[in-house]
Design a protein around this ligand. Structure first.
Ligand code: F6R
Ligand code: MN
Length: 179
């Protein structure tokens, strides 16, 4: 198997790769103002592909790509759902392949740090930290990730309490608003 560092695609004898597509309708509840036209709900907002040959084995690693489309919902930029790991102490590496984004990292005291992500930006996400990618650019934001196979995803806390900041479009770029 091969991995294209330009596009973030696995190719050639692709095995043990899982693909997931998120539509706006799947994640609309994460936005501050979720009122949108019916046809917007059917649009793709991000795609994930993950190579995990060993299943959820302690000590094993998985590796994948997240591709977040450019766009916004009533001025709030497209973003991932955001999560902490189910095994909360599991860390993760993110490496940006292309695009322009912010990586929001929120600790257990709800303090959020926004890390700039552009080509070649690399970030070590510590355990016990919620993380979300926000596409603040006009192209796809493509990010490679590597983390423990047994980490899992805990979406509950973010679904109920959200992050402590939101990122909105402005005339010249973006603004991070505390909520
Ligand atoms: C895995 C990880 C990424 C995300 C992906 C989608 O731990 O951080 O692969 O899962 O960027 O984001 P979520 O899972 O928040 O919808
Ligand atoms: Mn993660």
């Amino acid at each position: 198997m091969k991995y294209n560092l330009q596009t973030g695609e696995f190719y050639s004898n692709v095995e043990d790769v899982e693909y997931a597509t998120k539509y706006i309708k799947d994640v609309i509840s994460i936005y501050e103002k979720p009122e949108v036209a019916e046809e917007v709900l059917e649009q793709v907002t991000y795609e994930v592909q993950v190579h995990n040959p060993h299943g959820e084995i302690e000590g094993a690693l998985q590796f994948g790509t997240s591709r977040i489309k450019a766009g916004d919902i009533n001025g709030e930029f497209f973003m991932t759902k955001g999560h902490m790991h189910e095994v909360a102490n599991r860390a993760e590496y993110y490496l940006c392949l292309s695009g322009k984004g912010l990586l929001l990292l929120m600790d257990e005291e709800r303090k959020t740090t926004a890390i700039d992500m552009s080509e070649q930006s690399i970030c070590n996400i510590p355990g016990n930290v919620s993380h979300r990618l926000v596409n603040i650019g006009e192209e796809d934001l493509v990010v490679l990730a590597c983390w423990n196979s047994d980490a899992g995803h805990n979406y509950e806390q973010i679904a109920t309490e959200g992050f402590s900041v939101r990122v909105f479009k402005t005339e010249n770029g973006y603004i991070i608003k505390e909520v």
